[in-house]
Structures are given as structure tokens and as C-alpha cells.
Design a protein around this ligand. Structure first.
Ligand SMILES: [Ca+2]
Length: 347
């Protein structure tokens, strides 16, 4: 099936490339010959950036264009002209469900002493580490089976974000130089690998050895996985002792224009444009915002307001620690779900 499917697709792609070339459109020929030509260039880049000849010689002959990866990349949502604002509630029901909370609690119990030690060392809450693990790979039960280097080489060739993916491809080669095996280098179609779904550059920079055997094994070792997630959070600026945020009620009379955020974030602006400007918790209380479950960070803590399901529904006041979760994956639904799953696991 795959054979015939790929052949048909290659034929279509070639025709599309000819039409595009004839009409003066972008001539991004997505075929095997173009891929092979680009691999010559990428090989030179890898060597120039210090990857060993041994690794380069072992990997390049095995690489081929993966049309499935390009299909998945092009099916990504995120049309910049779209004005649809989705609601959080349906996402929450699907991602913070009883099964994921239950598995999170048993993971928490099973890793208890390890989690406590890492929290002591880093200040990153145990429940947040577990919730990230749960969200990324359902606690390691699904870490992806795409050949990472084939995916990254294909995405680099596709060219939509070539600088990003060629860099990640070369970082993947450096992982092999560090002793990671090719069979371990599996993951999502978009190049994330292991229990915490790190991109190769993140692995090189932030993965940690949590069990003392000298290697950061984010594929098989829970200790290394949790230590690596915590290290990511420390590096992204997690503030110990502060919650990610709290669920709140907003009064009917609330004047939203008073708290509008007029800054445009250079990083994922569509995620941040749904947030209000920053106020202290004391200021939010003075504006009539009330906690839903009694929890309330200190009065001087700064937070933004996010009405993820629109006015009249549960809203959230979000601290700078929420931004750290967004740093891991820049999506409000993702970050809210991680925070809520962490609370459910701890509670
Ligand atoms: Ca280890």
C-alpha cells in the first residue's frame, strides 16, 4: 500500500513541480532527486559544524524523503488570517480526563522519592513534571516511531522552516556523536523525541542524567526524563513557590477595556493576544476578580487574565510560571491543560 501510495504521490508531486515552474510559482520540487541534491549540501554543513565523519557516513546513505512528514506538516492548523477563536472546554475534557489524571497519580506514587529529590534541587513542582510527561507522551506510553533524522532532513528539504529543521537535523547527528543510538532517535513527525519530546537542540542543551549512570536517557529512564523536564523549567525561569495560575470568576460588570494588553509579543503573538495586561493579584481583587477554589497567590504576584471560554465562564489568572509552560509548548490550551492536570494529580 505504502509503495503504490508513495509512487502515485511522487508522480503528482513531479507534475505539480513542473506546473509551478512553468507558471513561475515557487519551484519547491518535492521529489527524491531534489532531496538527494539537498542532502549533499546538508552533509557539508554537518561536517563544517563539527559532526564526525563516522556519523555522517553512517547516516546519510540511509536517508530518504518522507512524503508523509510533509503531508502532516502542511495539514498543520494556524492560518494567520483565521479569526476563529476556539473554546478551551472541549479540549480540556479530552486532555484532562479521568484516565490521564489516574495514570498521573500512579506515576506520581511510583516516582515519589525521585520526584521529591528533584523538586528539592530545582524548585520545580513534582506535579508539573508529571503533568508534562503525561501531556507529551501519556507518561511514556507513546513517544512516536518516526525515524527522527529522516523526518528532520525531509522538513529541512521541504524548506518552509529550513533554518530551524536543518539546525535540528545537525543537532540530531551530534546526539549520535554523544553516544545516543540511531534506533533511540525516534519520535514525532516534527522531530521531538523521547519521554519529554525534546527537539535535538534541546536535548543537547538541557537533557540531564538523573540516575547517575553518566548518560541522559530520555527514552528509557524515568529519572533522566524527570530531571530533564525540571532542568528545562529551571532554564526557562520557573519561580519556586508560585503557582502557574488560578481559576477565577470575573464579575458581570467587569470592564475588559481597562485591562487590555497593548503589547504585541514577538513570540507566538496569537497565543499572547488572548491575555490581558499584567496586574498584581491585589489589583485583580480590587477589580472584583474572585478565586474559584480559594487558592490565591500572594498579593504582589503579577498575573494576566485569560478568559479561555469567553465571558461568563471560568477564567484564569496566570503568573510568569504559566509563561514557562508556554515556553515548553506555545499554546494556551496546552499550558492550561498542563496546569490543570498538575493540580488534579497533586490534589
Ligand atoms: Ca541516566
Amino acid at each position: 500500500m505504502a509503495f503504490w501510495g508513495d509512487r502515485a504521490r511522487r508522480a503528482r508531486n513531479s507534475i505539480a513541480a513542473i506546473i509551478l515552474a512553468a507558471t513561475g510559482g515557487p519551484a519547491l520540487a518535492q521529489d527524491d532527486a531534489g532531496f538527494a541534491r539537498y542532502m549533499v549540501e546538508l552533509r557539508q554543513q554537518a561536517l563544517a559544524q563539527g559532526v564526525s565523519t563516522r556519523t555522517v557516513d553512517a547516516v546519510f546513505p540511509t536517508l530518504s524523503y518522507n512524503p508523509r512528514v510533509v503531508e502532516l506538516d502542511q495539514a498543520q492548523p494556524g492560518n494567520p488570517n483565521s479569526t476563529t477563536v476556539s473554546m478551551f472546554a472541549p479540549y480540556r475534557i479530552k486532555h484532562v480526563d479521568a484516565a490521564r489524571i489516574g495514570r498521573g497519580r500512579s506515576t506520581y506514587q511510583a516516582q515519589r522519592s525521585r520526584l521529591a529529590r528533584i523538586e528539592n534541587e530545582t524548585g520545580v513542582p513534582e506535579s508539573i513534571m508529571v503533568a508534562i510527561w503525561g501531556h507529551e507522551t501519556n507518561y511514556g506510553s507513546y513517544t512516536g516511531d518516526f525515524d527522527l533524522l529522516r523526518s528532520l532532513a525531509t522538513l529541512a528539504y521541504e524548506g518552509r522552516r529550513r533554518a530551524l529543521f536543518s539546525g535540528e537535523f545537525i543537532a540530531g547527528l551530534k546526539m549520535l556523536d554523544r553516544g545516543v543510538t540511531r534506533s533511540e532517535l525516534k519520535g514525532s513527525w516534527a522531530g521531538a523525541t523521547g519521554n519529554p519530546q525534546f527537539l535535538p537542540s534541546i536535548y543537547l542543551r538541557l537533557a540531564r542524567d538523573g540516575d547517575g549512570d553518566g548518560r541522559a536517557d530520555i527514552w528509557n529512564s524515568p529519572a533522566d526524563t524527570l530531571a530533564s523536564i525540571a532542568n528545562y523549567f529551571v532554564n526557562a525561569g520557573w519561580r519556586p513557590g508560585q503557582p502557574w495560575g488560578v481559576a477565577v470568576d470575573v464579575p458581570a460588570s467587569f470592564n475588559r477595556s481597562e485591562v487590555t494588553n497593548r503589547m504585541v509579543s514577538p513570540r507566538c503573538p496569537r497565543v499572547f493576544e488572548r491575555h490581558s495586561g499584567w496586574r498584581t493579584m491585589a489589583e485583580w481583587r480590587a477589580l472584583g476578580i474572585r478565586p474559584r477554589d480559594g487558592r490565591w497567590p500572594g498579593d504582589s504576584v503579577m498575573a494576566t487574565l485569560l478568559e479561555a471560554d469567553g465571558p461568563g465562564k471560568t477564567a484564569y489568572l496566570l503568573t510568569s510560571n504559566y509563561r514557562v509552560i508556554l515556553d515548553y509548548n506555545c499554546s494556551n490550551f496546552y499550558a492550561l491543560s498542563v496546569g490543570l492536570l498538575a493540580d488534579a494529580i497533586a490534589g
